[in-house]
Write a protein that binds this ligand. Structure first.
Ligand code: EPS
Length: 379
């Protein structure tokens, strides 16, 4: 089973992800992981921290001569802004952050909680996801995340192939799919920052080339939609997850929700097995299993809870009403969140791929994948 844990504090020495169950024989491109780390650091509206850090992954274990061994892989990202020992505690919890809940739960300090609750931790989740993406690429599965809404503004994607859209996203300072919208949205971010406020948004991730049958219908904790929702909801500041039509499916009659089934014999040897759908309202998943269509998942990110113009809070030492503490932060980290959601989705899809096709070695997985497609095409 593929899984990972992370360790590390925002201003501690380093962040670490321990990836277990990754198959042997996958050639790893470390630079490609660093590209994702750099993308996570970017996006318009980021704060001063990203000018200090130049995140790079150090693969400490599990690799020999550039390829995975099937043993645990430890990924490390060093914090250049290591200063944890010198930092003081806070006494005025920020509404929306883990400050108050964590300090009460652990009978401890706010600092001790915020350092781990911080989204800085997502750097190594992105590294783990980038590793997973390299496994998925061996099966021609691509994972593509972008910003669909920012601060209430919908960014309507332009039409184009995946390559064209990727080029647009990588050119966009907000990681959207419509460059004509960038200027107005950057202005909105600037204006919000000047007002001491922050912005959230909606991220969308599309996974293409996914074969039939990842996930199961048989047990709640192996249903792929449930696994994806958990992975996405567990990212800092995410408050909602939708698959395919999501909440909109609840508002329409069944005939306008479910995707009709067609058959195209010429495509029976591909991941769809020839079963084509004119629509993809299911977002590629039916009964917890992939149906050969792209997985489409959306996540709602709330605005960052550290406000330069702070909300009302209470000094937990004196119990007097005071404004919340303010520490250097970002006005908007929605673009970064699109990279993070892309990474956690990639990891879950890779996990489901390993569950179906075995996880000892890439070679065995590919042989079993091929055999499955052949058997299913004949069914
Ligand atoms: C982040 C690093 C942090 C914040 C942000 C995410 O840096 P610092 O706290 O040193 O300024 O910019 O953290 C939060 C949004 C948060 O709520 O803690 C990063 O690398 O993504």
């Amino acid at each position: 089973m593929l899984r990972y844990w992370t360790a590390g504090e925002s201003h501690g020495k380093a962040l670490i992800a321990l990836v277990d169950g990754f198959p042997a024989g996958v050639t790893i491109d470390t630079d490609a992981i660093d590209v994702e780390l750099r993308r996570r650091q970017g996006g318009y509206g980021r704060g001063g921290r990203q000018r200090i850090e130049t995140d790079k992954v150090d693969i400490r274990t599990g690799i020999w001569k550039g390829a995975t061994l099937g043993s645990p892989i430890a990924l490390e990202v060093i914090n250049r802004d290591y200063k944890l020992e010198r930092l003081d505690d806070l006494s005025r919890p920020r509404p929306g952050h883990g400050d108050l809940t964590g300090a009460m739960k652990y009978l401890g300090s706010i600092r001790g909680v915020l350092e781990r609750a911080s989204a800085r931790e997502t750097a190594v989740r992105v590294a783990a996801g980038a590793l997973a993406k390299q496994l998925l690429a061996e099966f021609d599965i691509t994972v593509f995340g972008y910003v669909a809404e920012l601060g209430g503004e919908v960014i309507e994607p332009v039409e184009g192939t995946l390559e064209e859209l990727r080029a647009i996203r990588d050119k966009s300072e907000i990681y959207g799919l419509n460059l004509d919208r960038d200027a107005a949205i950057k202005e909105l971010i600037d204006k919000t920052g000047k007002e001491g406020d922050t912005l959230g948004g909606v991220l969308e991730v599309r996974v293409e080339g996914v074969p039939f049958g990842l996930g199961t219908h048989a047990q709640w904790d192996t249903k792929l939609d449930g696994r994806l929702a958990q992975a996405v909801m567990a990212v800092q500041a995410i408050k909602g997850v939708e698959i395919g039509l999501g909440f909109e499916a609840a508002r329409r009659p069944g005939s306008q929700v479910h995707d009709p089934i067609h058959y195209d014999k010429s495509r029976r040897k591909g991941p769809t097995l020839g079963y084509e759908r004119p629509t993809n309202n299911a977002g590629g998943i039916e009964a917890g299993m992939t149906n050969g269509q792209p997985i489409v998942i959306r996540a709602a990110k709330k605005p960052i809870s550290t406000l330069a113009k702070p909300l009302a809070s209470v000094n937990i030492e004196t119990k007097e009403s005071e404004e919340a503490s303010y520490e250097r932060s970002d006005v908007c980290a929605v673009s970064a969140a699109s990279v993070i959601i892309e990474a956690v989705v990639a990891f879950e899809v890779a996990r489901a791929l390993i569950d179906k096709f075995g996880g000892d070695s890439l070679m065995e997985m590919q042989a079993r994948y091929k055999m499955f497609l052949e058997m299913a095409a004949e069914k």
